[in-house]
Design a protein around this ligand. Structure first.
Ligand SMILES: Cc1cc2nc3c(=O)[nH]c(=O)nc-3n(C[C@H](O)[C@H](O)[C@H](O)COP(=O)(O)O)c2cc1C
Length: 190
């Protein structure tokens, strides 16, 4: 396979992380949404996740104040809303729920609202902040999680059900994950 060297400023794109999610924040008076690609699970028990967030985002002080945020996994039909939430800011006073046709859903364990249209939601409480200067890695415990019984039966995404999730490639470009394949199990040769 022929390969070409890359500028390291864009080398992070070679690691295409999980699907883009909407992070919801709020303190009971103000709330907000922003798109987030840099997310990952970090521990099963207790369920722990990590997200990388810019500190200049309108959302950041809301997370600092409450120590809480929601992770909302939206499917490909809502890609315009995902992109919109990632290219607009609450600093302008924009109500992103309203602007992008999303519905606030009451959470069970945290203050920030969730997104009703999401196929899955995770309610998170920050356990540790790794300060990276202009950004911060938030390591958070998941206090409550819900998922669509159609698209995530038994808590595992099922791509046979028409579900498509979106992965950010850069700018307005997204890729879809929507098809399952099954690996052959390794059988040592006798
Ligand atoms: C597809 C996409 C993915 C993004 N991923 C991240 C991310 O992983 N972390 C982050 O801090 N910002 C990410 N952003 C940028 C924020 O969503 C963006 O700066 C947003 O305007 C912040 O909103 P706020 O100022 O209302 O909080 C992403 C934007 C887009 C469009």
């Amino acid at each position: 396979m022929e390969k070409a060297p890359l500028d390291l400023s864009g080398a992070y794109r070679l690691l295409n992380p999980g699907c883009v999610v909407l992070v919801s924040t709020g303190d009971g008076r103000t709330d907000n949404l922003f798109a987030l690609t840099w997310n990952m699970p970090v521990r099963k028990e207790p369920c722990t996740v990590a997200v990388l967030t810019g500190k200049r985002h309108f959302s950041y002080p809301l997370v600092e104040r409450t120590g809480e945020f929601g992770i909302n996994v939206l499917d490909a039909r809502l890609v315009d809303a995902i992109y919109g939430c990632g290219t607009t800011t609450g600093h302008t006073g924009l109500d992103k729920f309203r602007a992008f046709g999303l519905t606030r859903q009451r959470p069970r364990k945290i203050k920030p609202p969730l997104v009703e249209e999401a196929v899955a939601t995770l309610e998170c409480r920050v356990a540790q902040v790794v300060d990276l200067g202009a950004s911060a890695l938030l390591i958070a415990n998941v206090l409550h999680a819900m998922a669509s019984t159609e698209h995530c039966p038994g808590g595992n995404y099922s791509f046979g059900s028409g579900l498509e999730l979106v992965h950010h490639l850069g700018g307005t470009r997204f890729a879809l994950s929507g098809k399952e394949i099954h690996a052959r199990k390794y059988m040592p040769k006798a």
